[in-house]
Design a protein around this ligand. Sequence first.
Ligand SMILES: Nc1ncnc2c1ncn2[C@@H]1O[C@H](COP(=O)(O)OP(=O)(O)OP(=O)(O)O)[C@@H](O)[C@H]1O
Ligand SMILES: [Zn+2]
Length: 480
Amino acid sequence: MTTPLTLYNSLTRNPELFQPLDPANIRVYSCGPTVYNYAHIGNLRAYVFTDTLSRTLTWKAPAMGWGALTHIINITDVGHLTSDADAGDDKMEAAAKKTGQDIWAIAAHYTAAFKQNLSDLGIREPTRFPLATDHVQAMIDFAVAIEAKHCYRLADGLYFDTSTVPDYGRLARHRDDEGESRIDPVEGKRHAADFAIWRASTPGENRQMEWDSPWGRGAPGWHLECSVMSQMYLGERFDIHTGGIDHREIHHPNEIAQNQAHSCSADTGATIWMHNNFLVERSGKMSKSSGAFLTLQALVDRGFHPLAYRLMCLQAQYRSEMEFSWDNLAAAQTRLKRLVQSVEVLRARSDAPDKGDAADYRQRLDAALSDDLATPRALPVLDELLADKRIAPARRLAALDDFDAVLGLQLTTLTRAALRVRPAAATLTEAEVEAHLAERREARAAKDFPRSDAIRDALAAGGVEVMDGDPLGWDWRPTL
Ligand SMILES: Nc1ncnc2c1ncn2[C@@H]1O[C@H](COP(=O)(O)OP(=O)(O)OP(=O)(O)O)[C@@H](O)[C@H]1O
Ligand SMILES: [Zn+2]
């Protein structure tokens, strides 16, 4: 039995039954990163969420009679200002000025780093990663098409008049009074919420990225990019649009306004708008612009495996705020080790009787994921499946394969050696650690305890804790 898929729609603020426009081709658009710096682990949470969504859509497809999934994640390499509305500099140009580097090289470097992060987190590649800068002509065409009815010109560019579309800001649930203070004032705007869809370069601005347009040389607005790329690859109407919760306030309402203008209808573009909540620290939202943030590499440098972070994300439902702490990450890594160990045990035992059936577990997993991607409820089902001695090990391993297709924890291939990530500060190589441990085993066998202790202390000084009698059977672990 298959559970129908229910997803929370930010437009209606309600869970809704997912009914694809074209079951043969489900279409999803996710706002991608602005590539002026490394992604922080909060940004990456957004893509663990989209990966869970796309894996769930794929996993459920056979039973639901769905066909292909087309998933687009764009790369914002121009146009995103330091404020999500119309104030400040282009984040890309600002980074280029600050570092004195070529802006195209910056974009290429951080785009590659972002894709590596996704791969390290077991996030499947989307169908396409379109670059905003490859679509500038299409953006100009889109703007030309809506200009007469929906836009007006100011000295610094072409602006969208938000009063020309029905129900502007419905997604954000703006009340008129809060809208006013939220948006940066720009001289001459008709309404506070109006926004630039083309920004003309100011004399002497000296941008590295600029293009000719009917509104002067300049660059496209960030909101325009996503309207154009979603329409180009998914059509005017598609199924799901995702982004972080911050996008619910400005970026997505503005995309919707443009989509409505272009399609001459009240259609927002996507049927369901989904938003992941923030990763926060005690000091507030993790944020690239604020300077101090954690990258995935920073976690690895402290001895954590990227998949431990993925598991940490799955332990929270995507709509809940998630607080980062090293303790929580360490707990997730221990949980991952425990899972890897259970799989090892199953592999070693292939002879147990087969009295049970994994179908019940599959159904429970399906029920959890189909309830707005309730991953925290899915994980205990996995634990129970692995521990159910009534089901033969081979059958449990086969079911694990199926579970992992949607959880993406790579449990069928992950090894304990891979999980023993060496912190950046470590001085001993893996081979040296193994050699010391072998020597120590000999010393203990010969009851030479002072020598055994001396080796343990030497390892500790090198950042390695020897784990005698560890219940998980782990010989050693890196210390942080
Ligand atoms: N702390 C966070 N937790 C979860 N998602 C986040 C967080 N910060 C940003 N996001 C999401 O990450 C995705 C990529 O965002 P983007 O690269 O444009 O970030 P940014 O606006 O440049 O960075 P920041 O807002 O951190 O300064 C977006 O969907 C955004 O909503
Ligand atoms: Zn976007």
